[in-house]
Design a protein around this ligand. Structure first.
Ligand code: ZN
Length: 408
C-alpha cells in the first residue's frame, strides 16, 4: 500500500488565519491577549491538548516590564499533547504584532487574499505560522499521532522585546523538552544563530554658562565629539569581525556573506537653547554581539575605549538577549531541513540572524537545540511595514513542512 501523507486543509488554514489576524494583539500596548487565548484554547482542547493559560502576575509585570506603553493582562498559552513518545518537541510563536499605521491597501486586520498572497498585519510575523500549525495538527491527528510529545507555547510582547512571553515562561521552567522549533522566522533559511544585543548610553557632563562667554562653561555637546570619535573608531574594529555563521540569504544577496557584529550610535540628545552652553549631552546606541564574542567582553571593550578620554561622563549598559548559536551538525538541524525539503520542495540554507531573538534567551537557559523557521520571505513580505504579506503557497507549504516534521 502506498503511504498516505496527511494533507492540510487549505480552506481551513485560510479561515484560521483570517480569524487570528482579526484579533488586534498590537504591541504596544499589547491588547486582546486574553481574547485570542480564549479563542485558541478550545481549538487545542478539541485536538486532545491539555491547555494552560499563563497570566503574568501583576507584581511580576510591574517589576519586570517597566515599559509604560504596555497595558493590561499578559495571557500566554501553553498547549501540551503527550503521545507517549520518547522526546518532546517545543514549538514557539508569539501572538502579538507591531502596530499597523499608514495607508494600507486593505484593512490590516481583515486578512485579504490577492494575487497568490494574503495581506494583513501579522500574516508573516508570525500569525501565519500559528494558523499553519493548527491546520497541520488537525490533519495529522485525524489520521495518526505525532512522533514527538508536543509542547506549544504562544506568547506575548515579543515585538516590544518584552519579558512577559517566552523569557517569563523560561524563568518559570515552562520551556521543557528535547528539541525546539521557533516559528518566528522566515521560509528563506533555517536560522540556527543570532546576534545578542546590548543597548548603552553615555551621559557627557559639562557646565552651563552664557554662550557669549562660553569659555566660562564646559560644553557637553562639544565634549561629546571625542566620545563619538572614539566610538566610531571602535565601530571600525568591531565591524571588521565576522562570525562563522553565514548571513541570511537576503543579506548574502547584498554581499554580506557572514553574520557580523555591529556598534551604532543611534540617538543624541543635548542642549536647551542656542545661547546656553549645555551642561549635558546623552548619546545612546546599541551593540550587536556575534556568537563568537561574549556580551561581557563587548561591554568591557566599550569601557576600555572611553576610559582614557579626559572627559566627565557616565556610561551605562542594558544587556538584552544573548547571542544564539546551535551546532549545525546537531541531528535536529538536519531533521528540520529535510522536513522542509519534503514539505516545501527545497533544501534550505542555514544562516544566522543579524537581529536579536527572545528565542536565544530560552535556548541559552534551557540548552534545548533550536531551529528557527517560519513563514514569509525577507525580501518580499514587508514584515513590520505596510501591506505585510505572505505567499499562500508558503503558508500551505509550511503546514506540509510541519506534518513532515511531526509524522511518524
Ligand atoms: Zn516575530
Amino acid at each position: 500500500m502506498p503511504e498516505i501523507i496527511p494533507s492540510p486543509d487549505a480552506n481551513y488554514l485560510m479561515d484560521l488565519l483570517k480569524k487570528i489576524i482579526s484579533f488586534k494583539t498590537v504591541a504596544p500596548p499589547g491588547s486582546n491577549y486574553q481574547e485570542i487565548v480564549d479563542w485558541l484554547v478550545p481549538i487545542f482542547r478539541e485536538m486532545g491538548f491539555a491547555t494552560q493559560k499563563m497570566v503574568m502576575p501583576k507584581e511580576v509585570f510591574a517589576a519586570k516590564c517597566s515599559d509604560p506603553r504596555l497595558v493590561g493582562d499578559r495571557f500566554n498559552l501553553r498547549a501540551d499533547l503527550s503521545v507517549g513518545a520518547e522526546k518532546t518537541l517545543v514549538i514557539y510563536a508569539h501572538l502579538d504584532v507591531v502596530p499597523a499605521e499608514g495607508n494600507w491597501d486593505s484593512d490590516p486586520f481583515q486578512a485579504v487574499a490577492k494575487n497568490g498572497r494574503i495581506y494583513g498585519r501579522g500574516v508573516s510575523d508570525c500569525k501565519g505560522s500559528i494558523a499553519a500549525l493548527i491546520a497541520a495538527l488537525k490533519a495529522l491527528l485525524e489520521s495518526g499521532k505525532p512522533k514527538y510529545n508536543l509542547s506549544i507555547l504562544l506568547t506575548t510582547d515579543e515585538e516590544v522585546g518584552g519579558y512577559s512571553g517566552l523569557c517569563y515562561l523560561t524563568d518559570l521552567g515552562q520551556v521543557k523538552g528535547d528539541l525546539m522549533l521557533c516559528m518566528d522566522g522566515f521560509s528563506d533559511d533555517v536560522v540556527i544563530g543570532s546576534n545578542g544585543i546590548i543597548t548603552w548610553d553615555v551621559v557627557v557632563h559639562g557646565r552651563s554658562s552664557h554662550s557669549g562667554s562660553s569659555f566660562l562653561g564646559i560644553n557637553a555637546v562639544e565634549r561629546s565629539i571625542p566620545v563619538m570619535d572614539a566610538l566610531m573608531n571602535l565601530k571600525k574594529v568591531v565591524q571588521a569581525r565576522r562570525s562563522l555563521l553565514p548571513a541570511s540569504t537576503a543579506l548574502e544577496a547584498m554581499g554580506k556573506k557572514n553574520l557580523m557584529p555591529i556598534l551604532n550610535i543611534t540617538m543624541i540628545n543635548g542642549g536647551i537653547k542656542e545661547n546656553i552652553v549645555p551642561d549635558r549631552c546623552t548619546l545612546r546606541g546599541d551593540r550587536r554581539v556575534i556568537p563568537e564574542e561574549s556580551m561581557d567582553e563587548a561591554l568591557a571593550e566599550i569601557e576600555r575605549t572611553l576610559k582614557p578620554l579626559d572627559i566627565d561622563f557616565d556610561l551605562k549598559f542594558y544587556p538584552g538577549y544573548p547571542p544564539m548559536s546551535v551546532n549545525p551538525d546537531h541531528p535536529w538541524v538536519l531533521e528540520v531541513r529535510e522536513a522542509v525539503q519534503r514539505g516545501m520542495g527545497f533544501f534550505p540554507r542555514l544562516s544566522g540572524a543579524q537581529g536579536s531573538l527572545d528565542q536565544a534567551y530560552a535556548t541559552e537557559k534551557t540548552g534545548i537545540p533550536t531551529c528557527v523557521f517560519g513563514v514569509g520571505r525577507q525580501l518580499e513580505s514587508n514584515i513590520h511595514g505596510l501591506n505585510e504579506n505572505v505567499r499562500v503557497a508558503d503558508l500551505n507549504g509550511f503546514a506540509r513542512f510541519l506534518i513532515e516534521l511531526l509524522r511518524a
